[in-house]
Design a protein around this ligand. Structure first.
Ligand SMILES: C[S@@+](CC[C@H](N)C(=O)[O-])C[C@H]1O[C@@H](n2cnc3c(N)ncnc32)[C@H](O)[C@@H]1O
Length: 308
């Protein structure tokens, strides 16, 4: 579905959608082509469980569209456009819903701009509630010849909830393997002390701290593994038809498993080669995928249909 190509007027877009929506057009499991903020403005409110996305980074890549985000004249102008879009996105997300944003930083003349946190703080300003800053560690990151600072091998994954109230988060769906006190562990002392929830209180300086005790039980003995940690080590993946980096399917899987109930809806306003939609479809979720470049929409549709 095309909700607008190069630089259509917002008024026209709205009118087109109103007319179409009055005859019941469906936006679920659809690719919508247009400037993300214009498209999202036309969506009904509270229809999305979670947003999972990797936006164009500041001054990183020219996608060849007049509507693209990322080529603004200053970091502040970029942040302003991002805040406008994510404010509008908050309207279409359910009150129990959430947002995962994968975003990297940028060096200009040797100086790190701090873009992830600038965007993150702007999103807090428009109402999103920051719940976690995760690090995506890339074991196969591009080497670099820099000698005056460490080589970058990470990006940020910010996790926000729609509001300050309860939000959907399935911790059990994203547990990770225990690293201490395994079945073969010789740390019998640990087993005795922490081997059951609400078990023997610790002695010593932390005595009586049941939060710490249960945390140790979770870390070492929970039958489904320990609670997900904030550093995610995932290799970069390739998709040969895309002219840009796609994000790893397993990263999207983690976000969806934690935040999107089966049958729920995930929205990606920067769909690119359609990784979010592809993972949504094969894991029993629905998707709304937006991109301003018609060619990428076609690539993504084909990818989702064939599950490459
Ligand atoms: C980093 S890529 C996303 C890659 C995607 N996560 C994947 O795995 O394929 C960013 C995408 O945002 C799109 N984009 C940039 N500005 C946009 C805008 N204003 N509205 C909609 N899409 C936009 C670009 O065309 C590009 O496909």
């Amino acid at each position: 579905m095309n909700l607008g190509q190069e630089a259509p007027s917002v008024a026209n877009l709205r009118m087109e959608f109103t007319v179409k929506s009055s005859v019941g057009i469906n936006v679920i499991d659809e690719f919508l082509c247009g400037n993300a903020v214009d498209v999202v403005r036309q969506l009904p409110e509270s229809i999305v469980d979670t947003v999972v996305t990797s936006p164009p980074y500041y001054q990183q890549r020219d996608y060849g569209s007049l509507q693209q985000i990322g080529q603004e004249i200053s970091p502040a102008a970029y942040v302003e456009r991002m805040a406008e879009l994510f404010s509008e996105l908050r309207r279409v997300v359910k009150p129990s819903g959430s947002l995962w944003m994968v975003i990297g930083d940028k060096y200009l003349k040797g100086e790190l701009l701090g873009m992830p946190w600038r965007v993150c703080l702007a999103l807090k300003e428009v109402g999103w509630v920051l719940r976690s800053d995760c690090i995506w560690h890339k074991p196969n990151a591009m080497p670099s010849s820099v000698k005056t600072r460490p080589t970058v091998d990470h990006e940020y994954i910010f996790f926000f909830s729609h509001s300050k109230k309860d939000y959907f988060y399935d911790a059990d769906a994203v547990r990770e393997p225990h690293v201490t006190f395994s079945e073969s562990s010789k740390m019998k002392g640990g087993r005795r002390h922490f081997g059951k929830r609400g078990g023997t209180p610790e002695k010593g300086k932390n005595s009586g701290d049941s939060n710490l005790h249960d945390g140790r039980w979770d870390q070492a003995f929970h039958p489904k593994g320990r609670n997900k940690r904030t550093v995610w080590s995932i290799s970069l993946s390739k998709f040969r038809d895309a002219h840009f980096a796609v994000y790893p399917e397993s990263l999207v899987e983690t976000c969806l498993n934690a935040s999107c109930p089966t049958g729920g809806v995930v929205l990606d306003p920067f769909s690119g080669a359609g990784t979010t939609a592809m993972v949504a479809k094969r894991s029993g979720r629905k998707y709304i995928a937006i991109d301003c470049v018609p060619e990428y929409i076609e690539i993504a549709k084909k990818r989702v249909e064939t599950q490459e």
